[in-house]
Structures are given as C-alpha cells and as structure tokens.
Design a protein around this ligand. Structure first.
Ligand SMILES: [Zn+2]
Length: 266
C-alpha cells in the first residue's frame, strides 16, 4: 500500500496493507442513510520478543475492528487482521500493534483529534448547536444538518441527510459518557428532535437560538399584519398603508420619527 492510499484511508502505520485474504479492499453498507465504509486490512511485521529479545514466530491472526474518523459524509471502520506472535524461547505471546493507536487504547488517534469526536475531551464542545439547511440534490431528503461549536462558532461537522434516524446514528458515535458532558444544545425553536436530544444528551439544556426567536417573531407579526390588512379590503386606505409601510411595524418604537409619520405617511 503506498502512502497516498494510507492518507486516503486515514492511517499512517507503515505496516498496514490491504488484507490479501479479503476479496475486496473495502465493504460499503448503508445505515440510516449514512454510508459506512469498512476497510479490510492486514497488519503484520517482523519483530522480536518484548521480554527476551528473541526473534518471534507468527502465531495466527486476530480480527479487530476499530472505528475510524468520519470522512466525506461517511463513517469509516477498519477491520484489521492483526498478526499474533509467539516467542518460542520464553513463551510470550503478543499481537501486532497499530501505530495509529496508543497502547492500551482502542481509539484511533486521528479519531481523537477529530474535533467532532472530541466532545468528552474538549471543554468548548460542551456547548453545541445544530440546524438544518436546504442542500438540494446534495442530500436525498434535500435537507442537511450543520453541527457547530456554539462557543467559538466553528463548524464541527455537516451531516448529509438530516432526520431523526440519521441524527441518532450520528450522535450514537459518541459514547454515553461523552454525551453526558454536553451542557447546552442550541437548536431551532420548533425542532422535531427535542425528545431525542433529551434522551441522547441527558444533562444538556436545550437553548433556543436568538436568531430563530427573532425570525419567529418577525414571521408571526407579519401574519397578523396581513390578516388585519385583508379585513379592511383591497380598496381601503388602511390596506394600502399596511401594505406599503410594513417596515414601520418592524421598527422599534423609539426608532420611529413621529413628526415624519404624521406628515409624510398618513
Ligand atoms: Zn521471549
């Protein structure tokens, strides 16, 4: 495997290669609308015994699966057939070590570095925000979801499709312990995901985004204006005024020029 491919799959270990016993380099599956790519890999190398320094022999392999970083809207898993070793001199047994993982840890370093995966470690990500947006043909549903760090306003991730199922699958990537550290989640006022958020983030307060509060008020006020306007009828002076001077209703009372109002408008 050359370095370009290693970079593409997100691993740096020079001893990793595609598993020759596997028919395909990777398998693709779709879970709740999000694609998962599982790379079929083999990790083997020649080494000597950690205990006595004697060259050791191969002793079969063990299949281990690690969760990889998300890339290009896909989940990534590494299914690695790891070489097992046996020291014929002292009997010590060991298994090939992937350099992308710290000893005694099961999480790929890159996953830990990935901002969106660091909910438990990074203090700033105790406050997150998400919002859906129209994304056209990009997503099958036409709607995607953006995940933001609400303290520094950095984009953490973009979910191609949004829906309760997709969101659940996405947030289930984080451990329950990591999710429990999230303190606030800023969302749309009328999010249909409220119950799910409370379930997935048991210690988080759901916060209504200021922008959404203002937008909602604006929309409602406009609805009232239009309905009042219609009551007066098309030919009335009130209808024309409510239609033409709609901006005045949106202004703060103190921002209105009352002298101008009495002469120019009415
Ligand atoms: Zn040994």
């Amino acid at each position: 495997m050359d370095n370009d491919i290693r970079i593409l799959i997100g691993l740096t270990d020079p001893n990793i290669q595609f598993d020759p016993k596997s028919e395909q380099h990777f398998n693709e599956a779709n879970r709740n609308g999000t694609d998962t790519v599982t790379w079929n890999l083999l990790l083997t190398y020649v080494t000597s015994c950690e205990k006595c320094g004697t060259p050791i022999v191969n002793n079969g392999t063990k299949m281990v699966t690690h969760k990889g970083p998300r890339s290009a809207f896909k989940f990534q898993n590494y299914r690695i057939r790891k070489q097992k070793f046996l020291c014929k001199k002292c009997g010590y047994m060991s298994i090939a070590h992937l350099t992308d993982i710290q000893p005694n840890n099961h999480i790929i370093d890159k996953v830990k570095q990935n901002a969106a995966m660091e909910l438990s470690e990074d203090v700033s990500q105790k406050h997150i925000a998400f919002d859906d947006f129209k994304s056209g043909k990009f997503a099958t549903s036409g709607m995607s979801m953006i995940l933001i760090d609400s303290v520094n306003h950095r984009i953490l991730d973009v979910m191609k499709d949004c829906g309760a199922g997709q969101l659940r699958a996405y947030f289930n990537q984080y451990s329950p312990a990591a999710r429990a550290t999230v303190k606030t989640i800023m969302v749309d006022l009328f999010t249909p995901y409220r119950a799910m958020i409370m379930e997935l983030f048991p210690n988080a307060n759901i916060v209504a985004d200021r922008f959404h509060v203002v937008t909602q008020a604006y929309r409602e006020l406009n609805k009232v204006r239009v309905s009042v306007m219609k009551q007066f009828g098309l030919d009335s002076k009130e209808y024309r005024q409510l239609k033409r001077f709609w901006k005045l209703l949106m202004k703060h009372g103190t921002a209105l020029d009352l002298k101008k109002l009495s002469t120019a408008y009415w």
